[in-house]
Design a binder for this molecule. Structure first.
Ligand code: SF4
Length: 215
C-alpha cells in the first residue's frame, strides 16, 4: 500500500506565528491573533483544537460551525453532539482524543438571518496548515482520523475519496494509523430518519475500527 503524503504547500504567513516554545496553550494563544488568510474577518474568533497533549487519537474536521464560532470550542454544535454519542457507542474515551479542524475560522455566508457554512478554498486550507501541522507535531497521535472530504483531501491528497475509502486504515506519514470517515454533519443532513439511522451506524462502525488499535 503506498504511503500517503500530505500535499505539498507553499509557505503560509501563519508559519511565522508559530511560537518557539510549543505547548498547546502557547499555540492557541498565538493562533488567536492569526490573520494569515481573510477568514479572520468573517469569524468571531479562532477556534483552536482541544484535547489532551497526550491524546492517542486526533480527529480532524473541516472548520468550526456556527456554535463553535460563537463559543470558541470545536465540535460543540449539533454535529459535535452526534460525534460524542458515536464515540461513546464505539467505546472510545473522549478524554483520549484531540479534536481540531483544517481551518480554524468559520467561513459562512448570510441566508436571511442565518449564517450558512461555506466550504473553505484551497488557499485558506493551505494558509491554516501550519497550525494543524503544529498540533500534529506536538501531540504525535497514534491514530489520525479525517472527518469528511475536505479534511481527508487536505491530509491524504486531492485524489482521496471518502465515499470509496472510508473506514480503511491507510499508510500515512502523519501517524502510525490513519483513516478517513464522513463528517458527522453529513449524517445530520440525511434526507430521512431511516438514512440517518443507517449512516449513524456506519459511522460508529468506522469508529469501532479505531477502538481496536487504541485499546
Ligand atoms: S483560518 Fe487559519 S490561517 Fe486563516 S486567519 Fe484563521 S487561523 Fe489564520
Amino acid at each position: 500500500m503506498p504511503t500517503r503524503k500530505s500535499p505539498k504547500l507553499s509557505k503560509s504567513p501563519a508559519e511565522d506565528l508559530i511560537p518557539e516554545r510549543r505547548t498547546l496553550s502557547a499555540l492557541k494563544t498565538a493562533a488567536a491573533d492569526c490573520r494569515a488568510c481573510d477568514l479572520w474577518k468573517r469569524g468571531t474568533q479562532t477556534v483552536f483544537g482541544e484535547g489532551r497533549r497526550r491524546s492517542t487519537v486526533m480527529f480532524v474536521g473541516e472548520q468550526p460551525g456556527n456554535e463553535e464560532d460563537l463559543t470558541g470550542k470545536p465540535f460543540v454544535g449539533p454535529a459535535g453532539r452526534l460525534f460524542d454519542d458515536a464515540l461513546e457507542e464505539a467505546g472510545i474515551d473522549r478524554t483520549q482524543t484531540y479534536v481540531t479542524n483544517v481551518v480554524k475560522h468559520f467561513k459562512w455566508e448570510a441566508r436571511g438571518k442565518r449564517r450558512i457554512h461555506k466550504k473553505p478554498n484551497a488557499q485558506e486550507i493551505a494558509a491554516c496548515r501550519p497550525w494543524l501541522q503544529a498540533e500534529i507535531d506536538l501531540i504525535k497521535p497514534k491514530v489520525i482520523v479525517a472527518l469528511g472530504a475536505t479534511a481527508a483531501q487536505s491530509l491524504f491528497g486531492p485524489q482521496f475519496r471518502v465515499t470509496k475509502q472510508r473506514g480503511q486504515f491507510l499508510e500515512s506519514t502523519l501517524a502510525p494509523y490513519a483513516m478517513a470517515t464522513v463528517h458527522p454533519s453529513s449524517i445530520l443532513r440525511a434526507p430521512d430518519d431511516e438514512t440517518r439511522r443507517l449512516e449513524h451506524r456506519r459511522f460508529v462502525d468506522d469508529l469501532k475500527k479505531l477502538a481496536s488499535v487504541i485499546t
